[in-house]
Design a protein around this ligand. Structure first.
Ligand SMILES: [Zn+2]
Length: 430
């Protein structure tokens, strides 16, 4: 048997009791009170909760098998979250508990669900349950907001022996950079990003100007794009307000103006012009996550039609809380087809979120594609091929996506991998 997935009955029991604890303490109250729209606890208990590499879970579109890459996943812990992120998470636990108990609970949940390799509920298992072939982990430097998941931590996940799926890497990474104290720290921060981008599985740069309230049009950050150009790597910008920073929480017009410059798509236009050889991925389509009344979707489409170095990423806005009936996704995917931009649209979910949310986001996206008349070839572009093109992985002769069917992997390949796993790194024997 494939050693990465050998779990003793005792360990399985421990994991299951943690899941039950999670259900009784958090999920049940959430389902009763809070924001349950994207939550499906039944997924945890349906028997396919733990997925081995031998199991085929294939994504189908019009009866055709489609490889899927989710380009937007976050690993992390509760302790590396920033103050706004912690507040957001603690506020989502609707229990009359003192803060230190809530924190303990939040820490446990994050350890279970936001580590890539936790059995049953970790990100890799979530992705496999969703029928994905590969996924991308983002490094994040937003000390006040979601916190810091540094490049070294993500590289640790990429280099982990468990990051092998049917003989191929499962996770790739987007590295990031600290914008703190930029005037004094620019060269250190760039050196760290440069080292991270030298890693063969780091295939892009993820930036979070909105979370850091740094204006997108500030040329002081041009050195990041120069670095990306040297590495021939795409740059991902979060476009749209941060869900953690509603516009009305800024004290005055000047502060609000500065914030708008950190997320509204128009403010990337000068960068698109100055760096025509850098491929820019505009994340979230400029969707208005906080009902600020400032929606950037049309402006994102204008930029994509005008500039060939613009790519569009469709994560996060398609959840049941933001888009319950799929009309936002239908509108965006429909316009992409109408404007001949399907070869620039890239799939991502912004997961993992609640158990089952990764699969649900993918299913909702495919259902929308069906409604607006995407052909299987167009679906393949959005769900995997455009990502491989924007990162250049499709030009890398050593790159291969894991095969969709387990039977396609000769058993000798599995044995080779089996012998490569050093025992001290064995995930289930501590
Ligand atoms: Zn994200």
């Amino acid at each position: 048997m494939f050693p990465s997935f050998r779990v003793s009955p005792r360990q399985a029991c421990t994991a299951l009791s943690l899941i039950c604890l999670f259900w009784f303490l958090v999920a049940a109250p959430l389902a009763a009170h809070g924001d349950p729209a994207d939550f499906d606890i039944k997924k945890l208990f349906k028997g396919e909760a733990y997925i081995s590499d031998r199991q085929d879970i294939i994504t189908l579109y019009k009866d055709e098998a489609i490889p899927v890459i989710d380009m937007h996943m976050h690993s992390g812990t509760f302790d590396n979250m920033g103050p706004l992120g912690r507040e957001f998470v603690l506020g989502a636990i609707p229990l009359p508990l003192p803060d230190n108990l809530k924190e303990g609970l939040a820490r446990l949940i994050a350890d279970l669900t936001r580590h890539p390799y936790t059995p049953f509920v970790g990100i890799r298992n979530e992705c496999r349950k969703a029928g994905l072939s590969a996924a991308v982990l983002f490094a994040v430097y937003t000390p006040e907001a979601w916190g810091v998941e540094d490049n070294a931590t993500v590289i640790g996940h990429l280099d982990d022996p468990r990051n092998i799926y049917r003989g191929k890497p499962f996770f790739y990474g987007f590295a990031s950079i600290s914008q703190e104290n930029w005037q004094n720290n620019e060269s250190n921060a760039l050196a760290d990003l440069d080292r991270a981008m030298a890693h063969p599985k780091m295939v892009g740069v993820k930036l979070a100007f909105a979370h850091n309230v740094e204006p997108l049009d500030n040329p002081a950050f041009d050195s990041i794009y120069q670095l990306a150009e040297r590495h021939d790597a795409p740059v991902y910008h979060h476009i749209g307000p941060s869900p953690l920073r509603p516009l009305d929480q800024f004290p005055d017009d000047a502060a609000r103006e500065r914030y708008i410059r950190s997320f509204y798509p128009t403010y990337v236009e000068s960068i698109l012009q100055r760096f025509p050889r850098v491929r820019f991925i505009l994340g979230h389509m400029g969707f208005d996550f906080v009902d600020s009344g400032i929606d950037g979707i049309d402006e994102v489409f204008r930029l994509a039609r005008q500039y060939p170095n613009v790519y569009l990423e469709i994560s996060a806005f398609g959840t049941d809380s933001h888009d319950p009936d799929g009309t936002v996704m239908d509108d965006i995917l429909g316009k992409a087809k109408e404007f001949n931009l399907i070869d620039r649209v890239i799939y991502g979910s912004d997961g993992p979120g609640f158990a089952g949310a990764t699969e649900k986001y993918k299913d909702k996206t495919l259902a929308s594609m069906g409604r607006v008349g995407y052909t299987p070839a167009e679906v393949r572009l959005v769900m995997a091929e455009n990502f491989l093109a924007v990162t250049g992985l499709d030009q890398d002769p050593s790159f291969q996506l894991a095969p969709l069917k387990a039977a396609q992997v000769p058993s000798e390949d599995l044995d080779v991998h089996l012998n490569e796993v050093p025992m001290e790194h064995h995930p289930h024997r501590h």
